[in-house]
Write a protein that binds this ligand. Structure first.
Ligand code: CP3
Length: 343
Protein backbone atom coordinates (compact mmCIF):
# COMPACT_ATOMS: atom_id res chain seq x y z
CA UNK A 1 0.00 0.00 0.00
CA UNK A 2 1.39 3.44 -0.90
CA UNK A 3 1.70 5.82 2.01
CA UNK A 4 1.80 9.12 0.11
CA UNK A 5 -1.90 9.68 0.71
CA UNK A 6 -2.34 12.06 3.68
CA UNK A 7 -5.31 10.14 5.08
CA UNK A 8 -3.39 6.87 5.07
CA UNK A 9 -0.45 8.56 6.85
CA UNK A 10 -2.83 9.68 9.59
CA UNK A 11 -4.33 6.20 9.82
CA UNK A 12 -0.75 4.98 10.32
CA UNK A 13 -0.55 7.26 13.35
CA UNK A 14 1.21 10.28 11.88
CA UNK A 15 0.18 13.79 12.73
CA UNK A 16 -0.37 16.18 9.85
CA UNK A 17 0.07 19.95 10.22
CA UNK A 18 -3.04 20.58 8.15
CA UNK A 19 -5.46 17.74 8.81
CA UNK A 20 -6.68 15.84 5.76
CA UNK A 21 -10.42 16.13 5.28
CA UNK A 22 -13.48 14.38 3.86
CA UNK A 23 -17.16 14.47 4.81
CA UNK A 24 -19.52 11.66 5.61
CA UNK A 25 -22.25 11.51 2.92
CA UNK A 26 -20.15 13.89 0.79
CA UNK A 27 -21.70 12.44 -2.38
CA UNK A 28 -25.36 13.30 -2.19
CA UNK A 29 -28.33 15.57 -2.48
CA UNK A 30 -26.65 18.87 -1.46
CA UNK A 31 -24.79 18.68 -4.81
CA UNK A 32 -26.72 19.77 -7.94
CA UNK A 33 -24.58 17.44 -10.08
CA UNK A 34 -25.64 14.52 -7.84
CA UNK A 35 -29.32 15.40 -8.15
CA UNK A 36 -29.00 15.56 -11.95
CA UNK A 37 -27.43 12.10 -12.24
CA UNK A 38 -29.81 10.65 -9.64
CA UNK A 39 -32.77 11.81 -11.78
CA UNK A 40 -31.21 10.21 -14.85
CA UNK A 41 -30.60 6.88 -13.07
CA UNK A 42 -34.19 6.47 -11.85
CA UNK A 43 -34.23 4.93 -8.38
CA UNK A 44 -31.51 5.24 -5.74
CA UNK A 45 -30.48 1.58 -6.04
CA UNK A 46 -30.36 1.93 -9.84
CA UNK A 47 -27.72 4.58 -9.21
CA UNK A 48 -25.83 2.40 -6.71
CA UNK A 49 -25.76 -0.67 -8.98
CA UNK A 50 -24.83 1.27 -12.13
CA UNK A 51 -21.01 1.28 -11.81
CA UNK A 52 -20.50 4.02 -14.35
CA UNK A 53 -22.94 6.39 -12.60
CA UNK A 54 -21.84 5.38 -9.09
CA UNK A 55 -18.19 6.04 -9.95
CA UNK A 56 -19.13 9.44 -11.35
CA UNK A 57 -21.09 10.32 -8.19
CA UNK A 58 -18.16 9.17 -6.01
CA UNK A 59 -15.83 11.51 -7.90
CA UNK A 60 -18.15 14.56 -7.95
CA UNK A 61 -17.20 15.93 -4.50
CA UNK A 62 -13.49 15.30 -5.22
CA UNK A 63 -13.63 17.38 -8.39
CA UNK A 64 -15.61 20.17 -6.76
CA UNK A 65 -13.84 20.45 -3.41
CA UNK A 66 -10.57 18.51 -3.65
CA UNK A 67 -11.25 16.43 -0.53
CA UNK A 68 -8.50 14.06 0.64
CA UNK A 69 -10.69 10.97 0.41
CA UNK A 70 -13.43 9.70 -1.87
CA UNK A 71 -16.00 7.42 -0.26
CA UNK A 72 -17.44 4.73 -2.46
CA UNK A 73 -20.99 5.57 -3.49
CA UNK A 74 -23.17 2.74 -2.27
CA UNK A 75 -25.31 2.10 0.81
CA UNK A 76 -25.11 -0.04 3.94
CA UNK A 77 -28.40 -1.75 2.93
CA UNK A 78 -26.96 -3.48 -0.15
CA UNK A 79 -25.86 -6.23 2.27
CA UNK A 80 -29.42 -7.23 3.28
CA UNK A 81 -30.31 -6.99 -0.41
CA UNK A 82 -27.50 -9.48 -1.18
CA UNK A 83 -28.83 -11.73 1.62
CA UNK A 84 -32.20 -11.94 -0.13
CA UNK A 85 -34.16 -9.28 1.79
CA UNK A 86 -35.66 -6.95 -0.77
CA UNK A 87 -34.75 -3.27 -0.20
CA UNK A 88 -36.43 -0.30 -1.84
CA UNK A 89 -35.93 3.43 -1.37
CA UNK A 90 -38.96 5.68 -1.47
CA UNK A 91 -38.09 9.29 -2.28
CA UNK A 92 -38.44 11.45 0.82
CA UNK A 93 -39.10 8.43 3.06
CA UNK A 94 -35.87 6.48 3.15
CA UNK A 95 -35.39 2.73 2.96
CA UNK A 96 -38.16 0.11 3.07
CA UNK A 97 -37.58 -3.61 3.70
CA UNK A 98 -39.91 -6.51 4.54
CA UNK A 99 -39.53 -6.48 8.33
CA UNK A 100 -38.09 -9.49 10.17
CA UNK A 101 -40.53 -10.02 13.03
CA UNK A 102 -39.21 -13.28 14.46
CA UNK A 103 -36.82 -16.12 13.74
CA UNK A 104 -39.17 -17.80 11.28
CA UNK A 105 -38.67 -14.78 8.98
CA UNK A 106 -34.98 -15.79 8.70
CA UNK A 107 -36.04 -18.41 6.16
CA UNK A 108 -36.32 -15.56 3.66
CA UNK A 109 -32.59 -14.88 4.04
CA UNK A 110 -29.62 -16.74 2.65
CA UNK A 111 -26.71 -17.49 4.98
CA UNK A 112 -24.13 -15.95 2.68
CA UNK A 113 -24.17 -12.84 0.51
CA UNK A 114 -24.84 -13.35 -3.18
CA UNK A 115 -21.66 -11.79 -4.55
CA UNK A 116 -23.34 -11.41 -7.96
CA UNK A 117 -25.62 -8.75 -6.45
CA UNK A 118 -22.61 -6.87 -5.08
CA UNK A 119 -20.34 -7.26 -8.13
CA UNK A 120 -21.28 -3.79 -9.55
CA UNK A 121 -20.11 -2.20 -6.28
CA UNK A 122 -16.63 -3.72 -6.68
CA UNK A 123 -16.63 -2.57 -10.31
CA UNK A 124 -17.35 0.97 -9.02
CA UNK A 125 -14.31 0.71 -6.73
CA UNK A 126 -12.09 -0.30 -9.68
CA UNK A 127 -13.42 2.53 -11.85
CA UNK A 128 -12.97 5.20 -9.17
CA UNK A 129 -9.50 3.93 -8.35
CA UNK A 130 -8.45 4.33 -11.97
CA UNK A 131 -9.59 7.98 -12.06
CA UNK A 132 -8.57 9.19 -8.61
CA UNK A 133 -5.67 11.65 -8.11
CA UNK A 134 -2.79 9.76 -6.43
CA UNK A 135 -2.96 11.69 -3.15
CA UNK A 136 -6.64 10.98 -2.64
CA UNK A 137 -7.58 7.86 -0.67
CA UNK A 138 -10.52 5.69 -1.67
CA UNK A 139 -12.64 4.55 1.26
CA UNK A 140 -14.94 1.57 1.18
CA UNK A 141 -17.51 0.91 3.88
CA UNK A 142 -20.20 -1.25 5.37
CA UNK A 143 -22.78 -0.84 8.09
CA UNK A 144 -22.00 -2.49 11.42
CA UNK A 145 -24.16 -5.58 12.06
CA UNK A 146 -26.17 -3.85 14.80
CA UNK A 147 -27.05 -0.85 12.61
CA UNK A 148 -27.88 -2.99 9.56
CA UNK A 149 -30.01 -5.28 11.76
CA UNK A 150 -32.06 -2.32 13.03
CA UNK A 151 -33.27 -1.66 9.45
CA UNK A 152 -33.72 -5.38 8.68
CA UNK A 153 -35.93 -5.87 11.72
CA UNK A 154 -38.01 -2.66 11.66
CA UNK A 155 -38.16 -2.57 7.87
CA UNK A 156 -37.53 1.19 7.94
CA UNK A 157 -35.76 3.88 9.95
CA UNK A 158 -37.00 4.59 13.49
CA UNK A 159 -35.81 7.22 15.99
CA UNK A 160 -34.75 4.80 18.76
CA UNK A 161 -34.55 1.38 17.09
CA UNK A 162 -37.13 -0.06 19.48
CA UNK A 163 -38.03 -3.00 17.18
CA UNK A 164 -34.43 -4.32 17.04
CA UNK A 165 -33.89 -3.74 20.76
CA UNK A 166 -37.12 -5.61 21.53
CA UNK A 167 -36.17 -8.47 19.22
CA UNK A 168 -32.75 -8.80 20.90
CA UNK A 169 -34.29 -8.81 24.41
CA UNK A 170 -37.01 -11.32 23.52
CA UNK A 171 -34.91 -13.76 21.53
CA UNK A 172 -31.21 -13.07 22.03
CA UNK A 173 -30.28 -16.49 20.60
CA UNK A 174 -32.05 -15.72 17.31
CA UNK A 175 -30.54 -12.25 17.27
CA UNK A 176 -27.10 -13.86 17.67
CA UNK A 177 -27.79 -15.93 14.56
CA UNK A 178 -28.62 -12.79 12.57
CA UNK A 179 -25.49 -11.05 13.89
CA UNK A 180 -23.35 -14.05 12.88
CA UNK A 181 -24.71 -13.88 9.34
CA UNK A 182 -24.07 -10.12 9.20
CA UNK A 183 -20.53 -10.45 10.60
CA UNK A 184 -19.59 -12.94 7.88
CA UNK A 185 -21.40 -11.00 5.14
CA UNK A 186 -19.87 -7.65 6.12
CA UNK A 187 -16.34 -9.06 6.36
CA UNK A 188 -16.67 -10.73 2.94
CA UNK A 189 -18.02 -7.47 1.51
CA UNK A 190 -15.16 -5.37 2.95
CA UNK A 191 -12.50 -7.84 1.80
CA UNK A 192 -13.81 -7.61 -1.78
CA UNK A 193 -13.81 -3.80 -1.65
CA UNK A 194 -10.21 -3.78 -0.40
CA UNK A 195 -9.18 -6.30 -3.06
CA UNK A 196 -10.82 -4.09 -5.72
CA UNK A 197 -8.66 -1.14 -4.59
CA UNK A 198 -10.15 0.58 -1.54
CA UNK A 199 -7.30 2.07 0.56
CA UNK A 200 -9.22 1.79 3.84
CA UNK A 201 -12.74 0.99 4.99
CA UNK A 202 -15.15 2.47 7.51
CA UNK A 203 -17.69 0.54 9.59
CA UNK A 204 -20.75 2.74 10.22
CA UNK A 205 -22.48 1.93 13.51
CA UNK A 206 -24.91 4.83 13.28
CA UNK A 207 -27.28 3.38 15.90
CA UNK A 208 -24.72 2.20 18.48
CA UNK A 209 -25.80 5.00 20.81
CA UNK A 210 -29.27 3.57 21.54
CA UNK A 211 -27.77 0.51 23.25
CA UNK A 212 -27.37 0.22 27.03
CA UNK A 213 -23.76 -0.55 28.09
CA UNK A 214 -23.97 -4.38 28.23
CA UNK A 215 -25.79 -4.54 24.91
CA UNK A 216 -23.29 -2.09 23.42
CA UNK A 217 -20.51 -4.57 24.25
CA UNK A 218 -22.45 -7.53 22.90
CA UNK A 219 -24.04 -6.06 19.76
CA UNK A 220 -21.66 -3.26 18.76
CA UNK A 221 -18.13 -4.01 20.04
CA UNK A 222 -18.10 -7.81 19.71
CA UNK A 223 -19.37 -8.05 16.10
CA UNK A 224 -17.08 -5.19 15.03
CA UNK A 225 -14.13 -6.97 16.62
CA UNK A 226 -14.96 -10.14 14.67
CA UNK A 227 -15.24 -8.25 11.38
CA UNK A 228 -11.88 -6.56 12.00
CA UNK A 229 -10.26 -9.94 12.72
CA UNK A 230 -11.86 -11.65 9.68
CA UNK A 231 -10.80 -8.86 7.32
CA UNK A 232 -7.22 -8.83 8.66
CA UNK A 233 -7.04 -12.63 8.33
CA UNK A 234 -7.40 -12.15 4.59
CA UNK A 235 -5.79 -8.73 4.24
CA UNK A 236 -3.13 -8.25 6.92
CA UNK A 237 -2.66 -4.57 7.71
CA UNK A 238 -6.06 -3.57 6.28
CA UNK A 239 -6.90 -0.08 7.57
CA UNK A 240 -10.27 0.08 9.33
CA UNK A 241 -12.09 3.11 10.79
CA UNK A 242 -14.92 2.48 13.25
CA UNK A 243 -17.79 4.95 13.70
CA UNK A 244 -19.97 3.99 16.67
CA UNK A 245 -22.19 7.06 16.75
CA UNK A 246 -23.37 7.97 20.23
CA UNK A 247 -20.91 5.63 22.00
CA UNK A 248 -19.94 8.41 24.41
CA UNK A 249 -18.12 7.16 27.51
CA UNK A 250 -17.92 3.67 25.96
CA UNK A 251 -15.61 4.88 23.20
CA UNK A 252 -12.28 3.99 24.91
CA UNK A 253 -13.57 0.45 25.41
CA UNK A 254 -14.77 0.23 21.79
CA UNK A 255 -11.31 1.27 20.60
CA UNK A 256 -9.40 -1.04 22.95
CA UNK A 257 -11.49 -4.13 22.21
CA UNK A 258 -12.58 -3.83 18.58
CA UNK A 259 -9.09 -3.41 17.14
CA UNK A 260 -10.06 -0.60 14.72
CA UNK A 261 -7.18 1.60 13.50
CA UNK A 262 -9.04 4.85 13.99
CA UNK A 263 -12.39 6.06 15.20
CA UNK A 264 -14.97 8.55 13.96
CA UNK A 265 -16.27 10.95 16.63
CA UNK A 266 -19.84 12.22 16.58
CA UNK A 267 -20.55 15.88 17.38
CA UNK A 268 -21.94 15.14 20.85
CA UNK A 269 -18.73 13.81 22.38
CA UNK A 270 -16.84 15.89 24.95
CA UNK A 271 -13.68 16.88 23.06
CA UNK A 272 -11.39 16.93 26.09
CA UNK A 273 -12.51 13.39 26.92
CA UNK A 274 -12.00 12.32 23.29
CA UNK A 275 -8.53 13.85 23.12
CA UNK A 276 -7.35 12.38 26.43
CA UNK A 277 -9.03 8.98 26.33
CA UNK A 278 -9.37 8.19 22.63
CA UNK A 279 -6.89 10.16 20.52
CA UNK A 280 -4.17 9.08 22.97
CA UNK A 281 -4.77 5.53 21.69
CA UNK A 282 -5.77 5.86 18.01
CA UNK A 283 -6.16 8.53 15.31
CA UNK A 284 -9.55 10.26 15.43
CA UNK A 285 -11.85 11.61 12.74
CA UNK A 286 -14.60 14.20 13.12
CA UNK A 287 -16.48 15.92 14.58
CA UNK A 288 -18.08 19.15 13.31
CA UNK A 289 -21.83 19.31 13.96
CA UNK A 290 -23.52 18.90 10.52
CA UNK A 291 -26.05 21.50 11.68
CA UNK A 292 -23.41 24.21 12.15
CA UNK A 293 -22.23 23.54 8.59
CA UNK A 294 -25.80 24.17 7.53
CA UNK A 295 -25.97 27.33 9.69
CA UNK A 296 -22.75 28.84 8.31
CA UNK A 297 -21.49 32.32 9.21
CA UNK A 298 -19.41 33.16 12.27
CA UNK A 299 -20.83 30.17 14.16
CA UNK A 300 -19.30 27.85 11.54
CA UNK A 301 -15.88 29.52 11.81
CA UNK A 302 -15.92 29.23 15.58
CA UNK A 303 -16.99 25.59 15.46
CA UNK A 304 -14.28 24.67 12.92
CA UNK A 305 -11.67 26.38 15.11
CA UNK A 306 -12.85 24.47 18.17
CA UNK A 307 -12.49 21.12 16.37
CA UNK A 308 -9.03 22.04 15.07
CA UNK A 309 -7.90 23.25 18.45
CA UNK A 310 -9.01 20.08 20.18
CA UNK A 311 -7.46 17.51 17.85
CA UNK A 312 -4.69 19.06 15.68
CA UNK A 313 -1.89 18.10 18.09
CA UNK A 314 -2.36 14.40 17.32
CA UNK A 315 -3.25 12.15 14.39
CA UNK A 316 -6.47 13.64 13.09
CA UNK A 317 -8.77 13.59 10.04
CA UNK A 318 -11.21 16.51 9.82
CA UNK A 319 -14.81 15.41 9.17
CA UNK A 320 -18.35 15.95 10.32
CA UNK A 321 -19.84 14.25 13.37
CA UNK A 322 -22.40 12.60 11.05
CA UNK A 323 -23.52 12.90 7.42
CA UNK A 324 -23.83 16.24 5.62
CA UNK A 325 -27.43 17.45 5.53
CA UNK A 326 -29.07 17.68 2.07
CA UNK A 327 -30.00 21.37 2.60
CA UNK A 328 -26.35 22.41 3.21
CA UNK A 329 -25.28 25.32 0.96
CA UNK A 330 -22.19 24.63 -1.18
CA UNK A 331 -20.57 27.90 -0.09
CA UNK A 332 -20.64 26.80 3.54
CA UNK A 333 -18.60 23.73 2.57
CA UNK A 334 -16.15 26.04 0.79
CA UNK A 335 -15.95 28.32 3.83
CA UNK A 336 -15.17 25.32 6.05
CA UNK A 337 -12.52 24.02 3.65
CA UNK A 338 -10.72 27.38 3.60
CA UNK A 339 -10.80 27.59 7.36
CA UNK A 340 -9.36 24.06 7.81
CA UNK A 341 -6.68 24.45 5.17
CA UNK A 342 -5.85 28.01 6.15
CA UNK A 343 -5.99 29.10 2.52
O1 CP3 B 1 -21.19 9.99 0.29
C1 CP3 B 1 -21.14 8.97 1.00
O2 CP3 B 1 -20.96 9.00 2.23
C2 CP3 B 1 -21.22 7.61 0.33
C3 CP3 B 1 -22.49 6.99 0.21
C4 CP3 B 1 -23.34 6.58 1.40
C5 CP3 B 1 -24.76 6.58 1.32
N1 CP3 B 1 -25.26 6.00 2.45
C6 CP3 B 1 -25.54 7.09 0.18
C7 CP3 B 1 -26.96 7.43 0.36
C8 CP3 B 1 -23.00 6.05 2.65
C9 CP3 B 1 -21.64 5.89 3.28
C10 CP3 B 1 -24.22 5.68 3.29
C11 CP3 B 1 -24.28 5.03 4.61
C12 CP3 B 1 -25.58 4.79 5.24
N2 CP3 B 1 -26.76 4.46 4.65
C13 CP3 B 1 -25.78 4.77 6.65
C14 CP3 B 1 -24.71 4.98 7.70
C15 CP3 B 1 -24.31 6.39 7.84
C16 CP3 B 1 -25.41 7.36 8.15
O3 CP3 B 1 -25.59 8.29 7.38
O4 CP3 B 1 -26.08 7.17 9.16
C17 CP3 B 1 -27.15 4.48 6.87
C18 CP3 B 1 -27.83 4.38 8.23
C19 CP3 B 1 -27.74 4.26 5.60
C20 CP3 B 1 -29.15 3.85 5.30
C21 CP3 B 1 -29.86 4.88 4.52
N3 CP3 B 1 -29.60 5.15 3.19
C22 CP3 B 1 -30.90 5.72 4.95
C23 CP3 B 1 -31.48 5.74 6.35
C24 CP3 B 1 -31.26 6.50 3.86
C25 CP3 B 1 -32.41 7.47 3.81
C26 CP3 B 1 -32.09 8.75 4.49
C27 CP3 B 1 -31.45 9.70 3.53
O5 CP3 B 1 -30.43 10.29 3.89
O6 CP3 B 1 -32.02 9.84 2.45
C28 CP3 B 1 -30.42 6.17 2.78
C29 CP3 B 1 -30.42 6.75 1.43
C30 CP3 B 1 -29.13 7.29 0.89
N4 CP3 B 1 -27.90 6.68 1.01
C31 CP3 B 1 -28.98 8.48 0.12
C32 CP3 B 1 -27.61 8.58 -0.20
C33 CP3 B 1 -26.95 9.63 -1.05
C34 CP3 B 1 -30.10 9.40 -0.30
C35 CP3 B 1 -30.91 8.73 -1.36
C36 CP3 B 1 -31.35 9.65 -2.48
O7 CP3 B 1 -30.51 10.12 -3.25
O8 CP3 B 1 -32.56 9.84 -2.57
Amino acid sequence: MRVDKPIISVLNGQRSKVPPLWLMRQAGRYLPEYRALRAKAGGFLDLVFNSEFAAEVTLQPIRRFGFDAAILFSDILVVPQALGQRVTFVAGEGPLLDPIKDRTDFTRLTSEVDQKVLAPVYETVRRVKADLPSGVALLGFCGAPWTVATYMIAGHGTPDQAPARMFAYRDAAAFDVLMDVLVEASAAYLVKQLQAGADAVQIFDTWAGVLPPEQFVRWSIAPTKRIVALVREQIPGAKIIGFPRGAGSQLPRYVAESGVDAVGLDWMIDRTFAKERVQSAVPVQGNLDPLVLLAGGAALDRAVDAVLEAFSDGPFIFNLGHGILPETPINHVEQMLKRVRGA
